[in-house]
Ligand binder design. Structure first.
Ligand code: FUB
Ligand code: ZN
Length: 642
């Protein structure tokens, strides 16, 4: 693989400038993520995902944008804008089809960091020419209206903003900004960012509390977190104010808004995860951003409360959220059905965004325990191993009717996978002062700045199959720094930071940390093993974690998991699938109350997995993320004990 080892100087300076202008109000997240531009993934597990993304997912998503008329929509909008008469374009599809283009460019931009690709960069530039041409002179960009202002998409309302609860005009803004900022950070070019700024300025002019402005609230959240990000990039406070306005106005009796859109009560009074799960997760991320960037504590309190409710009562073992198909929504407490679990891929990605921000606010590893579980299970199941097919819902049980597809009429999940997977490098490390947090384990090389100077590390590991991690210090500030290694919940005997699930086997896995071959002792601080010292180049830290296969049980209030156990190993949740168990009806299979589990690595199967056998081979389990690669059939995560 052709990994980039050094960034050009101009990009390093650009990154430094971006970091220093984040939080211009003086408030910011106390913990700063080490950006994706500073981490080169060299990992076999994630390297394969990135390869699949680069070679299959991103080209597929671009070709689907072309084939399904998403580029044509921009072209038609441009033609209509420059015509005196109505050209009669029929506005079909979904009013947020533009976002698939923005999201795919976002993913491609992250990829450019690890795999510089002038052809891909030029292709993106050519798409951006088409996108820019569809932008109205005042910045409005929403092809579902501009294509035919007299007959816009039926969800869009006769005029701008009037049907905001369904139109997705501001959802489009959110994805536009997210894509544009990633593209700017990756390439230093402004051709996408300027389009986003122009639309954001249009929205800030027309929507707000001031005279002559309309009071409107996004029907589908994401503009909040995106505008907050645009504020950190530009330093322009009006974007943060607009994001806060959107959050603050929610639940104040707007027309057509309800619990489905998290608008039944004002945000600051909300206590539970409710409604459409993707909208909810994006809103929680936006609230966390407002909390961090304004320093207003009441927003932290609300997001803390909702997080407790979600992690304590409404999350699946896979990190998936959204139990109900109807409304793609959170259910009641402990309502976690398996066969009908919805667990939209986008909601899992949103759950990563939320928990990442919760860590950046609080610095506790418990948020990464949720994030990691979601990443390896609920997110990864959303895309096939070759990167070419996708799940929209991610159920924990199947009767054979659920299969990945190469695209959907509503393509939010494939394009979210296209943008998320390549961004994974940005979740590995974080910094505070002279503390370097290692939050995810994957082989990589990183370099960044601590308060006292530059730091560079090389990480080697076979995670998630082995719990051994070796970190070599390549550069360190003369003064020294504190290395904070996250000790995952799964090795501390905690499935999730709540009582929703617990290990059922009585095992007590252990871990140890060695520096240059000598074991060191330390208590955990917020879930981190901390080593403070003057490091020198070549110092080697080893984290050795037991990673046995484990059985898990659910809280007794989860009726659908009653009398059942699930199996996991490290961060990976397992399932029984039909091809590995000929002659066994896996949904009816009986584990027994204390099954003996043995693990075998198969480098060929399903791109290399650890397979788990129960007893003397009565049942074989594979990682949940890897199911449905060998045809349609039964699958189950929660298995009967008798
Ligand atoms: O409405 C935009 C996206 O489409 C949502 O986030 C998904 O749940 C799907 O409905
Ligand atoms: Zn989706």
């Amino acid at each position: 693989m052709n990994f980039r080892t050094t960034l050009p100087l101009c990009l390093i300076l650009l990154q430094a400038a971006l970091v220093s202008c984040s939080g211009p109000s003086g408030h910011d997240y106390p913990y700063r993520p080490v950006p994706f531009t500073s981490v080169q993934v060299t990992d076999p597990f994630w390297g394969q995902r990135l390869k699949a993304s680069r070679e299959v997912t991103i080209p597929l998503a671009f070709s689907k944008c072309e084939e399904t008329g998403r580029y044509r929509n921009f072209e038609e909008a441009a033609l209509q804008m420059h015509s005196d008469k109505n050209l009669g374009f029929v506005v079909r599809g979904l009013p947020f089809d533009d976002t698939d283009v923005y999201k795919t460019i976002e993913g491609a931009s992250y990829l450019l960091q690890t795999y510089p690709d002038p052809k891909l960069e030029a292709y993106i530039d050519s798409v951006l020419v088409i996108v820019a041409a569809a932008q109205e002179p005042d910045g409005y960009i929403y092809t579902a209206r501009t294509r035919n202002p007299e007959h816009p998409h039926r969800w869009s309302g006769a005029e701008r903003w009037v049907q905001i609860e369904d139109s997705h005009e501001l959802y489009d803004l959110g994805h536009l900004i997210e894509g544009a900022v990633a593209h700017y950070r990756a390439t230093g070019k402004r051709n996408f960012l300027d389009i986003a700024i122009k639309y954001a300025d249009c929205v800030c002019r027309e929507i707000g509390p001031g005279e002559g402005q309309q009071v409107r609230v996004p029907g589908h959240q994401i503009a909040e977190m995106a505008l907050a990000k645009l504020y950190t990039v530009t330093g322009d406070r009006k974007y943060l104010d607009e994001a806060k306005f959107f959050i603050d106005m929610r639940g104040h009796g707007e027309k057509g808004m309800d619990a489905y859109r998290q608008s039944d009560v004002p945000v600051l009074e909300q206590t539970e995860a409710v409604g459409h799960a993707v909208r909810a997760e994006y809103m929680y991320s936006g609230i966390a951003d407002i909390a961090a960037l304004t320093g207003e504590k009441e927003y932290i309190d609300v997001i803390d409360r909702i997080w407790e409710n979600m992690v304590g009562k409404k999350i699946y073992l896979t990190g998936g959220v959204g139990a109900r198909r109807e409304g793609e929504a959170f259910g009641d407490a402990y309502e976690l059905p398996n066969l009908t679990s919805y667990c939209e891929t986008c909601a899992a990605i949103g759950n990563v965004y939320t928990n990442w921000r919760m860590f950046l606010l609080h610095g506790s590893s418990k948020y990464y325990d949720v994030l990691e579980r979601t990443l390896y299970n609920g997110v990864l199941s959303g895309v096939s191993l070759d990167g070419g097919t996708f799940f929209y819902p991610n159920p924990l049980e199947s009767d054979g009717r659920h299969q990945r597809q190469d695209w959907f009429g509503c393509a939010c999940c494939p394009s979210n996978i296209a943008r998320f997977i390549p961004s994974v490098a940005g979740y590995v490390y974080a910094v505070r002062g002279d503390d370097l947090y290692v939050n995810l384990y994957m082989a990589n090389r990183m370099s960044d700045k601590l308060k006292s100077g530059g730091v560079a590390l090389t990480m080697d590991t076979d995670y998630p199959w082995k719990g051994d991690v070796a970190i070599t210090v390549d550069q360190a500030p003369a003064k020294g720094f504190t290395l904070r290694l996250r000790i995952p919940g799964w090795v501390r005997n905690e499935v999730l930071p709540s009582d929703l699930y617990s290990y059922a086997d009585g095992l007590q896995p252990g871990y140890k940390v060695l520096v240059n071959g000598t074991e060191v002792q330390a208590g955990l601080e917020e879930g981190y093993f901390c080593i403070s010292r003057k490091w020198k180049a070549g110092d080697r830290v080893e984290l050795v974690m037991d990673m046995p296969a484990r059985t898990v049980k659910a809280h007794p209030a989860v009726k659908d998991d009653e009398g059942r156990l699930a199996i996991e190993k490290g961060p990976i949740v397992y399932c029984a699938e039909w091809p590995d168990n000929p002659g066994v009806q896996v949904r009816e299979a009986v584990l027994g109350p204390a099954p003996q589990l043995s693990v075998r690595h198969d480098a060929e199967k399903l791109y290399g997995i650890d397979e788990i056998s129960v007893g003397d081979g009565a049942l074989t389990l594979i990682p949940y993320y890897a199911w449905n690669h060998r045809g349609a059939g039964d699958m189950a995560v929660w298995l009967k004990t008798e």
